[in-house]
Design a protein. Structure first.
Length: 191
């Protein structure tokens, strides 16, 4: 008879994601995971596979629990500049110092080395781009933006700004983010 798993899989996945998020893939050993998660190696491998597989599961978990829900308001029919501003403010309020964005950390550390990380990060960035573009198109329809605003160009610019904010947050520089957010919002309102 197979042994039953005696832990909450989602809770363990959340905790593993937190460890990878804080330390990165390379600096997180299996021993670190076992200690941090409070499960033995057998349970870890039996439930999640090896360290690579667990990392991929954590990235997918990040996409489903952090990325997609935060983008949903931008995809609503009435989305506009307010929803973009709310997303930007949430990014800064929800991030723990020194953590930044889990996806950005994965990109910097693993994208060139891991096809699954590359594919998943592309999905997440495509989702971010589509959500921002939808909200900007809504803002243009509501006349919150000028009629001749190039929505694709503005969307690319905004994705770049968001990644810069995430890099500053990861570097533990939240004091540099607030003035940048103010400028981004001011710029968007002037378009």
């Amino acid at each position: 008879m197979a042994r039953q798993c005696c832990f909450d899989r989602e809770e363990v996945l959340e905790r593993a994601m937190g460890l990878f998020w804080q330390r990165g893939f390379e600096a997180t050993s299996v021993a670190n995971l076992v200690d941090h998660l409070g499960i033995n190696r057998f349970s870890l491998y039996n439930s999640f596979g090896d360290k690579h597989q667990l990392y991929h599961l954590c990235l997918r978990h990040y996409q489903e629990t952090y990325s997609k829900p935060r983008l949903q308001p931008l995809l609503e029919d009435n989305a506009g500049l307010k929803e973009i501003e709310t997303l930007l403010m949430q990014m800064c309020q929800e991030v723990r110092p020194g953590f930044g964005c889990f996806l950005q950390s994965a990109l910097l550390e693993r994208r060139q080395l891991d096809e699954k990380v590359a594919a998943l990060s592309d999905q997440i960035f495509d989702g971010l781009f589509a959500a921002l573009k939808h909200a900007l198109e809504g803002a243009k329809a509501k006349q919150q933006l000028r009629p001749n605003t190039d929505i694709d160009l503005l969307t690319h610019w905004l994705v770049l700004q968001i990644q810069g904010i995430r890099a500053l947050l990861r570097a533990g520089q939240p004091d540099r983010v607030t003035p940048a957010l103010t400028q981004i919002v001011t710029f968007l309102r002037s378009q």
